[in-house]
Design a protein around this ligand. Sequence first.
Ligand code: ATP
Length: 810
Amino acid sequence: MRVAVLTSGGDSAGMNAAVRAVVKQAIVRGCEAYVVREGYEGLIRGNIEAEGSSDSGAQTPPQVTRDSQGVEANLRFGYGPLLRDWEGDSTDDPTGKNLKGRYIVKVGWDDVRGWMGEGGTIIGTARCAGFRTIEGRMTAAHNLIKEGINALVVCGGDGSLTGADKLRGEWPELVAKLHQNGTITEEQANASKHLVIVGLVGSIDNDMAMTDLTIGAPTALHRICESMDNISTTASSHSRAFVIEVMGRYCGWLALMAGVCGGADFVFIPECPPEAESWEDQMCEVIKRHREVGKRKTMVIVAEGALDKNLKPIKPDYVKDILRNRLQLDTRVTTLGHTQRGGRPCAYDRILPTLQGVEAVNALLESTPETPSYMIGINENKISRIPLVEAVKQTQAIAQAINDKDFESAVKLRDPDFKESFNGFIMTSSLDPEHMLPKEKHLRIAIIQLGAPAGGMNAATRTAARYCLARGHTPLAVQNGFKGLLDDAVFPLSWLKVDSWMTRGGSELGTNRATPDADSLGDIASKFQKHRIDGLFMIGGFEAFTALLTIEEARKHYPQFHVPMIHLPATLSNNVPLTEFSLGSDTSLNALVDACDSIKQSASASRNRVFIVETQGGMCGYLATMGGLATGAVIVYTPESGINLHRLRADVKFLQRRYELDEKGKAEGRLVLKSEKASSVFTLDLMTQVFKEEGGSLFDARSASLGHTLQGGIPSPMDRARATRLSLKCMSFIEENAWAHRSLPEKGRKAKKETAAVITITGSSINFTPVTELVEHADMKNRRGINVWWADYKHLTEIMGSKDYFSGKL
Ligand code: ATP
């Protein structure tokens, strides 16, 4: 197959990672890879034939041709640097290569080198009116046929994917017409009977239905949160109000998540307009209450496409006037504009497009004329193939529902956590007494942070505390883990106290690794009694899991422990069994990506340097593996697979071979990621020495140990959002179980084992898994899960890093 990939519509961070993955996976699967410059515009422009050349699609022959069957034949076609540093059609490369008149470009493995960390789209994108016409699509079809391309990956928004599906639907007709009018030969017509298409959703708005996240949306949210965090300090200093306009003409995801993750006071989005007759009154009432309890800053988020319930647009300047005139707040408007689109992709926008790009090529290769065109989506943590037409239809149905003022349907059609996030935002931002429960339902809920600090711990605490206060419960903060409980360091949290905790890293309550044991359980039980604890919320890593297990087992001795207890995994190691994500792991991945981007730059500057970067993570290789995928590392060493001489020898051989095949004078810096506990024998120092020695004149080696920097500073938006969503679920869990427990006769009341649970994300579902069940999935000795979902990604990282491919040829 000849597989082409293009980017279309608005640019988004992560598009380059998608192109890179498609190109590499296409080559791995034995296909030839092409990129189309400038979206559909490039398809229509095609390749202007050089004088005297045939139009067979055979472009400049590869520079390395030692093995015409293998990867070396596809190593590079020389357009990579030109594509990357494109300065317009007039630029000539010293090698004589030129992109002038060349829009469908054959590329090899090395041509997409280093693309993962770049924002925007290197191959260009455009809005192309011509492609909306049948004539335009006919020309595009002709250009694809000339190049012998029969498979297309389109990365863009719903418009781009609609166009793609149209092209596929019309394809047989277009081929027949081109043949009839003599534009293509019979041979070409026969060879081009079918075009297969797969869509990747690249859009910062996260506006596509049937998938949780689109490529670029997480990075845009990063940019927004960075700006909000910055604005927040000045707002607080001057006690000002800020009205912040964010992108999202038809979809309020960015605005809503900005509101949740940035701790805003009010959000305006198209899907959920304020219910009150006068939204002005409603907003002022909410903000007035916030000010009355002592809040010094006010942040209101307005989506570009915000509407009131009569579909009248809500504009930032008008919101500002209301705040100024009615509340006498010194109010400023900040329009974030295109800063949201730009910049380096966050870790998620490197991993997601890589996984989806690989899946797109696999879907192309498995397509038959009968299968529908797929769009590659993600649901929670599951990459899925979704019929493209259905997803586009559902997306359009949302817009229609908004137009029809059917907001309930609009929200339902968005992904499942949209409504949850909105309700969660209201619950945690408003001081409205409407959610207050009757007194007899009030609970005292203890919140404890355990283990090493992890991004999102404080956000989870804030959410839990705010939820409790909205319902009339008492949120009890336990300082310094179980030690603090034993010292009675327990105090109620107030609404204002936790206000800025959404954005704070570390652990505001104080945390340590001490867990209950036979000696302390009795005292802990008496503290449960003393503080009248009706439910326990533990935020932490493996320690929290083992603590919960110990307390659950002690229920047979201590009736005080017969209360609902829930553990929310929070650890950068992501080593809690059965859950695919822990709070803090995304923050750490981003810290790792930031560090590795700088290291890689340094490694590349010296051309031929291999950097071995050591990561934290205990006996769990999650961080090294996913970090490897996000940074384009060539080799990953994890505690699960260990290191031995045989492996080391093969890896050295691979690196030697890889450097031999680099273009003369253009050798690359390369990254190797190693978990700190991958081996007790092959230490970072030893491996660096070995690589250095064996690299000889081909490559040099250096090391860097990232250590505690990986805890990250400010938690990532993803961790803040997850903390909010999961924390709210944990609070509902405690409420339901505590009330059910209370309703039992007091004498001999016992809590079921299901009431001591861990909230876990598995595939596309969120579960409360009894801690007793979790043990069966735990490798207690190594403090990690027995089966992990990311196990195969080490292999994938090394495929993308070319190691497996080259090793097979050695
Ligand atoms: P974004 O979410 O960033 O707006 P998008 O893909 O929705 O991305 P559009 O401008 O709607 O952006 O579409 C991009 C291009 O896709 C258009 O310029 C056009 O070339 C093509 N396209 C869009 N809709 C159609 C259609 N109905 N038929 C054919 N081509 C289309």
